[in-house]
Design a protein around this ligand. Structure first.
Ligand code: NAD
Length: 488
């Protein structure tokens, strides 16, 4: 069994206990993971706080911090194959996806490396004759970064990159499910030469590790990605330390296909939207909204594509569809689909058992056009289940698309430019993909409305979330201050 340790204050260390991580493709344990509890959390937060206050970190120029991130990016590229293999073993995500994604993670670090020395303050045109007033931009302090199990390297890069660029220090908490890739990544933090305590990487369970971390009095900012129920805990926990928070949560994203769309392209994008990563993506396009007149033709196309999906071992390069990450996830999805069928949804394809060990659940399509309230339509499943609804006109498409508490992403397929703009304007969500889906970039802000959270990751402004401002007033007059009882 491979062994993964915690990384605290520049040292690899055992935890309070150990737990096993399962390979979802075999359901067998493959790695032993060190578990952080309150003591390890305290050590990590104190190390991050000491590092933040240290002369050496304070004295490091923004450009030098950028160079640290560049070194890290090079190391990620160098070790991408190993990290991808670990992520595939631990999460069940197919190797072609983990390889591509990890190589691209390096670009996020490069983007934020370039921003490190460009987060400038400002000089104010102040309304007082004898004053110079300027704004300094300063790092917000100690950051607790908490990520879910899927895409941990990616979801931590959009936190570590801007936080280090801004001059913060961090404790990154990997999810207790599939933490190995992030703990392996700690070796690269070490090799890149980050000073001890600047970036600590731990893992553990919600109550024993997440709660002491997010309530800790030395934590200034909590950057959280995960589900809305955990987010509520995070907000309550932040009442203890009054840390600022950013929340990247789930979604129930609509994928809207108008009758004039390029149906072949739309069908491929819909497959990517809901069946890549076995549907375990926050931006999964899990609600297909179809113009009534193309319903049958489009569903036929989808069925053909679904039949061609290569299901297999995630370690094989030809595999397109692997297992779910956990048995609980599989059971929940099976139960919700069964209930949705009882509620009147019609099974188009899927939902049958797959004769393999591990946590496999097949690509599944449900026709919910007569049951828009079926559970599969309203609940985020984080799995390969597509619920199909139909609309008569543009207004109905918009109403259905916005008929969710979430608001993360949406896809619109149409050849009509004016319609594309009109519908984009009316959708309540943070990302809209027009005639494409699931495109991401370090340059592009990402985040949601409503129950999908608040704050944005990616892009220039995300780095500013890791800063705060200091307004400095300099009186330029040599005359003594006169009347002390009036405001300056
Ligand atoms: P989760 O909310 O169960 O767990 C996320 C993290 O929170 C884990 O590290 C977990 O240990 C930690 N945690 C749990 N309880 C805690 C507590 N009391 N205090 C502090 N931390 C605690 O999420 P999950 O099931 O692992 O991931 C799936 C969810 O994540 C889905 O809803 C998905 O949509 C969402 N997600 C969102 C994005 C995005 O960028 N918007 C990206 C990926 C996943």
């Amino acid at each position: 069994m491979d062994v993964f340790k915690l990384y605290i204050d520049g040292q690899f260390t055992d935890g309070a206990a150990q737990f096993s991580s399962l390979n979802p493709a075999t359901a067998e344990p493959w790695a032993t993971i060190a578990e952080a509890r309150r003591d390890e959390v305290n050590r990590a937060v104190e190390a991050a706080s000491r590092a933040f206050g240290s002369e050496s970190w304070r004295a490091m120029t923004a450009g030098a911090r950028g160079k640290l991130l560049l070194r890290l990016a090079d190391l990620i590229e160098k070790h991408a194959d190993r990290l991808a293999r670990i992520e595939t073993l631990d999460t069940g995500k197919i190797i072609r996806e983990t390889k591509a994604q990890i190589a691209y993670v390096a670009e996020y670090y490069r983007f934020y490396a370039g921003l490190a020395d460009k987060m400038d303050g400002a000089t104010l045109s102040i309304d007082k004759a004898d004053m110079e007033t300027w704004i300094k931009r300063e790092p917000i302090g100690v950051v607790a970064a908490i990520v879910p199990w899927n895409s941990q390297l990616f979801l931590s890069a959009v936190k570590i990159g801007p936080a280090i660029a801004a001059g913060c220090t961090l404790i990154v908490k990997a999810a207790e499910t599939a933490p190995a890739p992030l703990l392996a990544f700690a070796e690269l933090i070490h090799e890149a030469g980050f000073p001890p305590g600047v970036c600590n990487i731990i893992t553990g369970f919600g109550e024993e590790c997440g709660t002491p971390l997010t309530t800790h009095s030395l934590v200034d900012h909590i950057a959280f990605t995960g589900g809305p129920d955990t987010a509520r805990h995070i907000i309550r926990n932040s009442a203890e330390n009054l840390a600022s928070t950013s929340l990247e949560l789930g979604g129930k994203s609509p994928f809207i296909v108008f009758a004039d769309a390029d149906l072949e392209s739309a069908a491929n994008a819909q497959v990517a939207a809901i069946f890549s990563a076995s549907g375990q993506s926050c931006v999964a396009g899990s609600r297909l909204l179809l113009a009534e007149e193309i319903k049958d033709a489009f569903i036929e196309k989808l069925i053909g594509k679904v039949r061609g999906i290569v299901i297999g071992s995630p370690e094989q390069p030809e595999t397109q569809f692997g297992p779910l990450c956990t048995i609980q996830q599989k059971r929940t999805i099976e139960a919700v689909v069964s209930r949705s069928l009882e509620q009147g949804a019609r099974l188009v394809i899927g939902h049958q058992p797959i004769d393999r060990p591990g946590f496999y659940y097949p690509p599944t399509i449900l026709d919910c056009s007569n049951t828009p309230q079926a559970e599969s339509v309203t609940r985020e499943l984080f799995g390969p289940v597509l619920s199909v609804l139909t609309f008569k006109d543009e207004a109905e498409a918009i109403r259905l698309a916005n008929g969710t508490d979430y608001g993360l992403a949406a896809g619109i397929f149409t050849q009509n430019l004016t319609r594309a703009h009109r519908v984009t304007r009316k959708l309540r969500c943070g990302v809209v993909w027009l005639n494409t889906y699931r495109a991401v970039s370090p340059m592009a802000p990402f985040g949601g409305y409503g129950k999908s959270g608040f704050g944005r990751e990616g892009g220039i402004d995300a780095a500013l979330e890791y800063t705060t401002t200091k307004t400095v007033w300099l009186r330029t007059s040599d005359e003594p201050i006169d009347d002390p009882f009036i405001m300056r």
